[in-house]
Design a protein around this ligand. Structure first.
Ligand code: HEC
Length: 106
């Protein structure tokens, strides 16, 4: 009996340890945002002048936008700027940024 408990415990621990590997890490996304995005989209992605607000949107929405820009797709009149930025983002960067932006608040 003891042994079964131990194995279950180890499985739970293992799963908990692996979970952050799926989905985005908002903390890492925040760091990336502050370095690469804040100068245009403003603190916490609130938007600034002609730069759109990017926070508070669905993870899927943000991921979709960033992947389209990365693929060079034009979305709005100023896509050229975002295409240039998105080119250097990895899938993981996009996951992390989207996770951060969904809940980002100032
Ligand atoms: C040089 C300024 C600039 C920087 C830096 C920048 N963006 Fe943008 N971003 C824009 C502009 C301008 C648009 C609107 C583009 C268009 O017209 O399609 C935009 C659009 C977006 C959109 C789509 C918004 C929507 O709802 O359609 C997302 C998401 C986004 N940016 C995320 C980011 C992230 C994440 C970063 C950092 C990796 C970043 N941006 C860095 C200027 C910038």
């Amino acid at each position: 009996m003891q042994r079964v408990y131990l194995i279950n415990f180890l499985i739970v621990l293992f799963v908990a340890f692996c979970l952050p590997a799926f989905g985005g890490n908002a903390k890492i996304g925040e760091m990336k945002f502050k370095m690469n995005c804040k100068q245009c989209h403003g603190p916490a992605g609130m938007g600034m002048a002609s730069f759109p607000k990017v926070s508070g949107k669905d993870v899927e929405y943000t991921k979709d936008r960033l992947k389209k820009y990365r693929a060079g797709e034009e979305i709005g009149p100023n896509s050229a700027l975002m295409i240039m930025i998105a080119k250097s983002l990895s899938d993981k960067d996009i996951e992390n940024l989207a996770a951060y932006l969904e809940k980002a608040k100032r």
